[in-house]
Design a protein around this ligand. Structure first.
Ligand SMILES: NC(=O)C1=CN([C@@H]2O[C@H](COP(=O)(O)OP(=O)(O)OC[C@H]3O[C@@H](n4cnc5c(N)ncnc54)[C@H](OP(=O)(O)O)[C@@H]3O)[C@@H](O)[C@H]2O)C=CC1
Ligand SMILES: O=C(O)CCC(=O)C(=O)O
Ligand SMILES: [Mg+2]
Length: 423
């Protein structure tokens, strides 16, 4: 068996050996079924694309239930150290209990490794059943801030001594009068910083420039949460204008032109900017955005938003292109090169061990990983095979229940079909 070598990053440059060691977390619930299928497909694509010259050498690291059963810890330090050391990892979903118990291990991994961008590309694959008329109009890249917002976990439970202290502080020292039921409230705090916003928006605009995209939309609820979500919008526009100058045209500039010269002049300036290939940086309030992605998805391209909005938006958009069974993602720190690839969906516990669910989200997260490594030939083999396999109506239960004339296969059989249909 090939021993493999570590991926390294020097001066911002990633060096990928031909036989790269990639740590993986199998995941809870349906994770083991999905991982068994996905790892086979990824390896087969690399073998086929490079005739054995390149390979992935998988290295298991523990997290979640499996880690707890073996080590007594949910997220062992060794797991974090290994991913830090090997730079790039891939994972199955991990369970988070609701209301109490451990905090999210998925969020902890992102925070511990400072993987500030959660990139979730959403596009339609031929033949995938969708609840909308033109799913092919959806082609968006969600850049979700991954380290702050209410996901930072700064909250206190109703009735605790801590929450009483916080409420007393808010009322006595901060003049807060509108906590409706102070005796029975839990309190959560939502930190959103300028640095956090700027690095996320920067990564979105850099991506838009590199990939020749037309627009970046800042999605926020700044009318209500003025100093967090509203500030996100303001900092995003300021950064775009300060760091990208002529490469972008912002709706802040548009508004200034409206004020000074009227709407016609502003429309003309925007249209000239579009013709010149400048990226339009615009914004949308989160509630109307959720309508507009359904009614006119073509108007959106790259989307930059905070953690909670990004979580909701990515599941909603996944539904438009066929659901959570085919929704990949990547958690990336563009500055250190660290990245963990994972699906948008969770552990789907009711299907655990049934070899039933769709492994496509983790497989496509794997294709994002292959792209990240520069192994595009292998990732293309998978994307094409995915189109071919689904196009021939060989699908898992989630698609089969929405398709006429489909042949329903198990999770592992779907992987077999993908491998068979490669090239
Ligand atoms: N990054 C991560 O690891 C994430 C972890 N979670 C965690 O997962 C657990 C369960 O969360 P829950 O809210 O139920 O969401 P899930 O995404 O796990 O499942 C919800 C439903 O989505 C469908 N689904 C999910 N995955 C697949 C798949 N691979 N193929 C086909 N259909 C799929 C199923 O729908 P149907 O019933 O219609 O068949 C399933 O019942 C929680 O502990 C949560 O915290 C959640 C999200 C992300
Ligand atoms: O960590 C979790 O359990 C849920 C996270 C989640 O929903 C997501 O990242 O999309
Ligand atoms: Mg989610």
């Amino acid at each position: 068996m090939t021993q493999g070598e570590k991926i390294t990053v020097e001066n911002g440059q990633m060096n990928v050996p031909n036989h790269a060691i990639i740590p993986f977390i199998e995941g809870d619930g349906t994770g083991p079924d999905i991982w068994a299928a996905a790892s086979r497909v990824l390896q087969a694509a690399v073998d086929k694309a490079y005739n054995g010259e390149k390979s992935i050498v998988w290295k298991e690291v523990l997290a979640g239930q499996k880690a707890y059963d073996k080590t007594g810890e949910w997220l062992p330090a060794e797991t974090l150290d290994t991913i830090r050391d090997y730079k790039v990892a891939i994972k199955g979903p991990l369970t988070t209990p609701i209301g109490g118990g451990i905090r999210s291990l998925n969020v902890a991994l992102r925070q511990e490794l400072d993987l500030f961008t959660c990139l979730r590309p959403v596009r339609h694959f031929t033949g995938v059943p969708s609840p909308v008329k033109r799913p092919e109009d959806v082609d968006m890249q969600i850049f979700r801030e991954n380290t702050e917002d209410i996901y930072a976990g700064v909250e206190w439970q109703e009735g605790s001594d801590e929450v009483k202290k916080v409420i007393k502080f808010l009322q006595d020292e901060m003049g807060v009068k509108n906590i409706r039921f102070p005796e029975t409230s839990g309190i959560g705090v939502k930190p959103v910083s300028k640095e956090g916003t700027e690095r996320l928006v920067r990564s979105a605009i850099d991506y838009a420039i590199e990939e020749g995209k037309k627009s970046v939309t800042l999605v926020h609820k700044g009318n209500i949460m003025k100093f967090t979500e509203g500030a996100f919008k303001a900092w995003g526009y300021d950064l775009a204008e300060r760091e990208y100058g002529d490469k972008v045209f912002t709706w802040k500039e548009y508004d200034q032109i409206v004020e000074e010269k009227g709407r016609e002049a502003a429309d003309k300036a925007q249209s000239e900017a579009e013709d010149a290939g400048r990226i339009i940086v615009k914004d949308a309030i989160a509630d109307i955005f959720l309508q507009q992605i359904l009614t006119r998805p073509k108007e959106f391209d790259v989307v930059a938003t905070m953690n909670l909005n990004g979580d909701y938006v990515s599941d909603a958009l996944a539904a438009q292109v066929g659901g959570i069974g085919i929704a990949p993602g990547a958690n990336i720190n563009q500055e250190t090169g660290h990245a963990i690839f994972e699906a948008t969906h969770g552990t789907a516990p009711k299907y655990a061990g049934m070899d039933k669910v769709n492994p496509s989200s983790v497989i496509l997260s794997g294709t994002l990983m292959l792209d990240h490594l520069g192994w595009r030939e292998a990732s293309e083999l998978i994307s094409k095979s995915m189109d071919k396999t689904i196009g021939s109506k060989v699908v898992t239960y989630d698609f089969a229940r929405l398709m006429d004339g489909a042949r329903e296969v198990k999770c592992s059989e779907f992987a077999d079909e993908l491998i068979k249909n490669m090239g």
